[in-house]
Design a protein around this ligand. Sequence first.
Ligand SMILES: O=C(CO)[C@H](O)[C@H](O)COP(=O)(O)O
Length: 225
Amino acid sequence: MDGKEAAGRKAIDEIHEGMTVGLGTGSTVYYFLEALAEKVSAGLSITGVTTSQRTAELAGKWHIPLQSLNNVERIDLTIDGADEVDPSLNGIKGGGGALLYEKLVAKASEKRIWIVDSKKVVKKLGAFPLPIEVVPFGWKQVEAFMTEKGYRPRLRQTPGGQPFVTDAHHYILDLHLDFIGNPKALADELDHVTGIVEHGLFVSMTDKVLIGYSDGHVGTLAKEK
Ligand SMILES: O=C(CO)[C@H](O)[C@H](O)COP(=O)(O)O
């Protein structure tokens, strides 16, 4: 078992009968969905709200009941992955390109848990390129502005060399920052750039992180009360 599988499968302990559960995106969430599907087939009743087409397809294949975000009153708990997490529970997300829907679902959730491999836990965010989701109309303008700021943007591309297109039909620029001194200040700045629909900085947007290790054990990082 690797760290992703350990964390993903551990998250099932947080799911209870009748819950509405936000379903994140990615290879760690895959293991959570697999465990959830086992419980559902054994009789657990939950409603899932997905954060991407990819997750919707997996959930559909595994007969996990789904509802769209617009059709639920609240989400009890969301389980999602992350690309980097710091000790203050700030994170970078969007490596899989689902950051916009992931943030919408996270904001609608009463409780949020991230599941990560231990290699994702860092002292300071920024070694992982920070994704920003931009409107295709004028993306070059945003790219030029980000370059001017010294943020080293790179348009995300498919293996075939085409721009990667998100589920919401936007492009992604990955910012190669190396080091983010103040995540909140950068998030505030990016929130106000015209043409950026959303960014992958999740500041104080999780309550707990389940950290999976290669020997199969799972540690916890939780918000101080
Ligand atoms: O934010 C995400 C997708 O947009 C993922 O949660 C993040 O990239 C982690 O993915 P993985 O579990 O595959 O490493």
